[in-house]
Design a protein around this ligand. Structure first.
Ligand SMILES: [Zn+2]
Length: 252
């Protein structure tokens, strides 16, 4: 039965992933609710259901728009895959427990953020507020720990990042600050700190590699959202083990 449900969550993740791509691409351009059908950004031709099957359309169309031959960015199918896999892993690791809802909310939020941040270097407030409300509802329905752990997590996320923004003068932006506040609200201080630490380490490694290979220049702005997303996912699923490992390694 588990295999059937795993497959079901994989498909669900692929379908939602395709929708999250649209949300992440349209919300920053303020056209999420304006135009109903999906369309090619170059020739503006409306896309049929055939063009919109996650992954399959991309492969079938040879990574190009059927009407104008414009290349479809690899980011879209990659994010669809990531969404499918993260939904499936959430189910396999958590099962049908209340935390599964939190996991799916987090995966959805992070997916949209990554698409927006990579495409426009924007983490849209509307998306953050929407998920803040949903996570708050989750916290009320499935309370864990004390009520102030969430508030404290949010404050540490917001204020910690504010200090870093002031010190680093542009290393991170206001969007990163609000996102980390929301992650602190969802996960509490401990997992927030693990998420942040992992994000900085991964961000630093990728930044050094990109600088060395000349793919970015020294003062080029650099989206940090994807690293926050990767750090948060790792921390959500194995943060407790990471903390335990760290304590036994350095303090015992
Ligand atoms: Zn086109």
């Amino acid at each position: 039965m588990t295999t059937v449900f795993s497959f079901y969550f994989l498909i669900l993740g692929l379908l939602f992933g395709s929708f999250f791509n649209v949300v992440g691409l349209r919300v920053p351009k303020r056209e999420f609710l304006k135009r109903k059908r999906s369309y090619c950004p170059k020739c503006l031709h409306s896309l049929s259901w055939f063009d919109l099957i996650p992954l399959i359309s991309y492969l079938f169309l040879g990574a190009r728009c059927r009407y104008c031959e414009q290349k479809i960015p690899l980011l879209y199918p990659l994010m669809e895959c990531a969404s499918g896999i993260s939904f499936m892993c959430s189910y396999i690791l958590i099962g049908f427990r209340p935390e599964l809802a939190l996991a799916l909310l987090l995966m959805s939020l992070l997916h949209i953020i990554v698409v927006s941040d990579l495409s426009y270097m924007i983490i849209p407030d509307k998306v953050l507020v929407f998920f803040f409300i949903l996570i708050m509802i989750y916290r009320v329905l499935a309370p864990s720990g004390t009520w102030w752990t969430a508030i404290l997590g949010a404050l540490v996320g917001l204020m910690g990042t504010a200090v870093i923004i002031m010190v680093s003068r542009g290393g991170m932006g206001g969007g990163d600050m609000k996102l980390l506040g929301l992650i602190g609200f969802a996960l509490g201080i401990k997992l927030l700190l693990v998420s942040f630490f992992l994000a900085v380490v991964m961000g630093a490694i990728v930044c050094v590699v990109l600088l060395r290979t000349g793919l970015i220049s020294r003062h080029q702005p650099f989206p940090f959202g994807p690293f926050i997303a990767a750090g948060t996912m790792t921390s959500f699923f194995s943060g407790a083990q990471i903390i335990e490992w760290y304590i036994t390694r350095f303090f015992l």
